[in-house]
Write a protein that binds this ligand. Structure first.
Ligand code: C5P
Length: 398
């Protein structure tokens, strides 16, 4: 339950994306939030208040003059009771009103009267989004401290394609959860590797390591939630890129090596989570190798891959380097010896039997202060604890 005890006012304005807001209510309440829906008049033409009432389990407000509010102060009462005001979808018209401080209905009045943070998820046609007037309004809202999530890009209800579509409900949920995380890495830049590498033998075969990428992806999400600018260099995995993280997809260790060294400058932290193949075939065979049962089986000559983490740690001004050690036995001994040989301040150890491929893991952090066990937990929780430790170490090394 990522939002247990949080009170969220969800403002829905007029746009076809209002149907996605219905799903968003389900996701927010599913994470333990109390959701109070307030709709603009236009929104109620797209989806009826009854839908939101059923999903949120609370009466929906649409009218400034609602007789249910005895003192006519719904705009004050609703905002005072909230931890977050979330507007999804936020139409071009609503953003324009917001940027100019208009308050001509319940939702705009309540936004103006708020004393809690405001998160908006714009949704509109691509030309409306690109219109200089909208760009001006968005710039004003950013200056005013309003958090803007999205919009995404792609097919639009009007049949066009481009920027302006509202983020998916899952993505807005992730942004909402991120909003409540402490900003321990604000202003920092973090580079990560995650997933396996694939070392091709011929066009259809290769050598790889077993790795789902889940731990690395969870850490990239946790670093992004903590306010860092995050770049994730990812080997081949089947995971969506966390919202707000920029991903570079690679396949082989050599590609991962080139991508990391090309991006490493200006980063404050490097976290090597990838299960990089130690060796690659010395030669790539351009055509599929044919089976010849009568002949001796083919042999594959291997050469060593570069140690990406070792090289980054040996740079003249290295970022804070964090390594991983997934071991099947003798965790403390192997992890500590890796930490020393790579000359890195922090290594994260885990026993393969504890966390491979699943959504939970058990970790031990090894640094100059000794060992810090992190008990079994979902990978995202462990990732947040690791980020907190990294923030501490950054603070110490300043
Ligand atoms: O010594 P070992 O290779 O097992 O160390 C594992 C750590 O080093 C992990 O953090 C892994 O991402 C990183 N690594 C790397 N490049 C390699 C091999 C491992 O960055 N070629």
């Amino acid at each position: 339950m990522e939002l247990a005890g949080k009170r969220i006012v969800l403002g829905v304005t007029g746009g076809i994306a209002a149907y996605k807001a219905a799903e968003l209510v389900r996701l927010l309440t599913g994470e333990g939030a109390t959701v109070q829906v307030v709709m603009s008049e236009a929104a109620a033409r797209f989806v009826t208040p009854v839908t939101f009432q059923a999903l949120s389990g609370r009466p929906v407000f649409t009218d400034q003059w609602d007789p249910r509010v005895a003192n006519n102060m719904a705009h004050i009462d609703l905002s005072r009771a909230a931890d977050l005001l979330l507007i999804a979808p936020a139409s071009a018209d609503f953003l324009a009103k917001l940027a100019n401080g208009l308050a001509d209905d319940l939702l705009t009045t309540l936004v103006l009267a708020r004393d809690c943070p405001l998160l908006v998820a714009p949704a509109m046609n691509r030309q409306m989004w690109e219109n200089p007037a909208t760009a001006r309004n968005i710039a004003t809202l950013r200056t005013d401290g309003v958090a803007i999530v999205g919009p995404g890009s792609g097919d639009q209800a009007c049949g066009e394609s481009g920027p302006g579509r509202m983020l998916e409900a899952e993505e807005i949920l992730a942004c909402t959860v991120a909003h409540f995380q402490p900003k321990l890495l604000a202003g920092k830049r973090v580079l990560l590797t995650a997933g396996p590498t694939f070392e091709a033998i011929d066009p259809v075969r290769g050598i790889t390591n077993l790795s789902t990428g889940k731990m690395g992806y969870a850490i990239s999400r946790a670093a992004q939630e903590a306010g860092a600018r995050v770049t994730l260099i990812s080997g081949p995995v089947c995971l969506p890129c966390p919202v707000g993280v920029s991903r570079v997809s690679v396949s082989s260790a050599l590609q991962m090596h080139a991508a990391v060294l090309g991006q490493i400058a200006e980063n404050d932290v490097f976290i090597a989570v990838a299960a990089v193949a130690d060796y690659r075939p010395a030669r790539f065979v351009g055509q599929k190798i044919k089976k010849r049962l009568q002949a001796a089986p083919p042999t594959i000559e291997l050469v060593a891959n570069p140690d990406i983490l070792g090289e980054v740690a040996a740079l003249p001004r290295p970022p804070l380097c964090v390594g991983f050690a997934a071991e099947s036995e003798n965790l403390a001994e192997y992890a500590e010896s890796k930490r020393r040989s790579k000359k890195i301040p922090l290594i994260v150890g885990n026993l393969i039997e504890d966390g491979f491929a699943g959504d939970r893991n058990t970790l031990v952090l090894f640094d100059d202060d000794g060992q810090h066990p992190l008990p079994p937990a979902p990978k995202i929780d462990l990732a947040r604890q690791l980020v907190a430790r990294i923030a501490d170490l950054l603070e110490k090394t300043r």
